[in-house]
Design a protein around this ligand. Structure first.
Ligand SMILES: [Zn+2]
Length: 279
């Protein structure tokens, strides 16, 4: 799998994070410069899923809404924004957008708070496809979400020898969090998991920060447990050089015997870490 065919993205912990999944026209998080980087692609976005209200995940949203309204392009398609129920910072941002765009928007903008387990049907796609929200542990006392996309595919059931239409997990996005509690039903095709730190620094970082994030090692352990087909590590701290990061990730893959493909999202690039034929 070449994930850069499916995604346009930017990811750097603290600065900005967003992933645009082209096949489903969904944007996951909306950090700074998302509209600038996507250009005309902003008109393709149908849904935005926000994981939580930290600046690096939402600060591009107001600009995205405005550019999608004023730039030359088909600006009549509605835009849905989904966010964790009760997140006060996202609600404040939505209030700003509502006030600023009052009476000016040429398309319908819907904002909907969602809870873990809520499912959103992507009814603009040919194949039945849905997004399920799940909870992650990130900000104490506040709901933070990750998201999984399931798409109906026709698979051959070897036991009964018939082709069956079954929902397959095609995409997983962890948001921020030190533990993804969610297990997709089956091997997820593409999982994007945050990996802010290396394990060696967890002891030296301020406790409250280290406890809110995954490490390269714990993210790879998770992907090994879930037998992910293609893993992308993201939200990596800029304290690490690319070489240092890739070396630690290769060691963790070797240690855990992860058998899928692995990449690291560093700024706007998605870089291969290791690839094995038998994935
Ligand atoms: Zn955060």
């Amino acid at each position: 799998m070449d994930p850069s065919k499916l995604l346009v993205s930017f990811s750097l912990a603290l600065y900005s994070q967003w992933f645009y999944h082209k096949p489903t026209r969904c944007l996951f998080d909306a950090g700074e410069c998302v509209a600038t980087a996507l250009g005309k692609r902003v008109f393709g976005i149908r849904r935005v899923f926000l994981s939580h209200g930290h600046e690096d995940h939402i600060s591009g949203l107001a600009n995205l809404v405005n550019v999608r309204n004023l730039a030359a392009g088909s600006s009549d398609k509605p835009l849905h924004v989904y966010y964790p129920f009760g997140d006060p910072w996202i609600e404040a941002l939505l209030e700003y957008i509502k006030a600023k765009q009052s009476g000016l928007l040429r398309y319908a903008l819907y904002a909907e708070p969602i809870r873990p387990g809520d499912q959103i049907l992507l009814d603009d796609l040919k194949r039945p496809t849905r997004v399920t929200a799940f909870e992650t542990a990130h900000v104490p006392g506040r709901l933070c979400l990750g998201f999984e996309i399931e798409q109906e595919k026709t698979l051959l059931d070897l036991h009964i020898g018939h082709r069956m239409r079954v929902p397959v997990p095609v995409f997983f996005y962890s948001g921020d969090g030190y533990q993804a509690f969610h297990s997709p039903y089956g091997r997820v095709e593409l999982a994007i998991h945050e990996a802010t730190f290396l394990q060696r620094d967890v002891g030296t970082s301020a406790r409250h920060i280290a406890q809110r994030h995954s490490t390269v090692e714990t993210a790879i352990q998770w992907a090994t447990r879930e037998d992910v087909k293609c893993l992308i590590l993201c939200h990596i701290s800029d304290r690490y050089s690319k070489e240092e990061l890739l070396e630690a990730a290769r060691a963790a893959i070797h240690e855990s015997k992860f058998r899928g493909e692995a990449y690291a999202a560093i700024r706007d690039a998605i870089i291969p870490i290791a690839y094995k034929e038998n994935s």
